[in-house]
Design a protein around this ligand. Structure first.
Ligand SMILES: NC(=O)c1ccc[n+]([C@@H]2O[C@H](COP(=O)([O-])OP(=O)(O)OC[C@H]3O[C@@H](n4cnc5c(N)ncnc54)[C@H](OP(=O)(O)O)[C@@H]3O)[C@@H](O)[C@H]2O)c1
Length: 323
């Protein structure tokens, strides 16, 4: 099968499309023929690597153990292991291979109880591929919020993959959402459910006198120290980035001890039931994919370079089977 392989860390140019052996499903696994996948910030973070002191011990000190990147996938079950009960060949599925990666390929094997489920009936493979990474990372943070007490939340970086998911998912909890994005995305972000929008190119949300129960920085461009003054008493700051000198990890260890304003930094964990939830929300018309660009597999380097500009809106999809 064809796959995008990298055998060394480095710039996007280390990615090469080449032939590799097709995987064979174990007894508890399904073999998926992938139609669409994405390039996301996690792929880029593991390839560079972005935080070498974290990534290299996990993924190989000198050479990457995970040679095929890609965490999001949508495709069709080609075959199943003998113990698999809930899928059959021909089923359309979507989901995540969050820590194993491997979705930048024509085929992938995933355990039956992994983070995959049947595809929503009302969307394409490309849309299905663009759902799960931003959504599970956003939900990972949102589920730490007590929405019975929290009335208003500010989401910074609302036009990114995690941010656009966070706006849509926070809406389900009934919070009043203020979303921060650039000028061109103001209407899009309102259409996703934001009650108020702030254009970060003309207005600094830390200086306009407004206060929030939660600040969720989905693009890691602020800091607790800049946002503390705009948190209501007892308010919480979340970020998807570790921050300068990994400060968000340290702040999340001691700020909750004092009972006032705090930082929380929940580590991401993907779960099958979350993918099922995303399917239900999509089928109910309450959630949708936000896609910026679609590239063929052959253009992986160009797609990756674009993702690394940090300016994508939602997701960048890789079309594995051209439709
Ligand atoms: N914690 C984790 O497990 C984890 C996992 C994956 C990724 N991440 C991190 O989470 C962050 C978000 O990932 P993502 O994939 O959602 O990012 P993304 O899609 O690349 O986000 C890009 C978006 O952020 C907007 N943006 C850039 N600078 C901004 C600013 N100063 N204020 C407001 N919006 C701004 C951009 O708008 P413009 O076009 O105007 O620039 C663009 O629409 C990344 O920093 C990534 O490294 C964390």
């Amino acid at each position: 099968m064809k796959a995008i392989v990298h055998t060394e860390y480095g710039s996007p140019e280390v990615l090469h499309l080449q032939e590799v052996p097709k995987p064979v499903p174990k007894d508890n696994e399904v073999l998926i023929k992938i139609h669409a996948t994405t390039v996301n910030r996690n792929d880029c973070g593991f390839r560079k690597p972005e935080y070498p002191f974290i990534i290299r011990p996990i993924n190989g000190l000198f050479k990457p153990k995970r040679k095929i990147l890609g965490t999001e996938l949508a495709g069709e079950i080609e075959s199943i292991g003998k113990n698999v009960k809930s899928f059959k060949p021909g089923d359309k599925v979507f989901g995540l291979s969050a820590w194993k990666f491997g979705a930048h390929a024509e085929y992938i094997t995933v355990p039956e109880d992994g983070s995959i489920t049947h595809m929503p009936k009302n969307i394409s493979y490309k849309e299905a591929a663009a759902i799960c990474d931003g959504a599970y990372l956003a939900l990972n943070i949102l589920r730490k919020i007590d929405f019975k007490k929290v009335k208003n939340i500010l989401i910074n970086g609302a036009s990114g993959s995690i941010g656009s998911s966070a706006v849509q998912l926070a809406k389900q909890y009934g919070a009043t959402i203020t979303a921060v994005c650039n000028t061109k995305n103001l209407e899009l972000i309102k259409s996703l459910g934001a009650d108020f929008v702030i254009d970060y190119t003309t207005d600094d949300f830390t200086k306009n006198g407004l206060h929030y129960d939660v600040v969720f920085d989905a693009v890691g461009k602020s800091s607790y120290f800049k946002c503390k003054k705009i948190l209501n008493p007892g308010g919480t700051y979340f970020s998807t980035e570790l921050g300068y000198l990994a400060q968000n990890i340290f702040l999340s260890m001691f700020t909750p001890l004092f009972g006032g304003k705090k930082v929380l930094f929940p580590l991401p964990k993907d779960r099958k039931e979350d993918i099922v939830l995303f399917k239900e929300l999509i089928e109910a018309g309450k959630y949708r994919a936000v896609i910026d660009k679609v590239y063929p597999m052959e253009h992986i380097v160009e797609a990756t370079r674009y993702v690394e500009t940090g300016t994508k809106t939602g997701s960048v999809v890789i079309s594995v089977i051209q439709t």
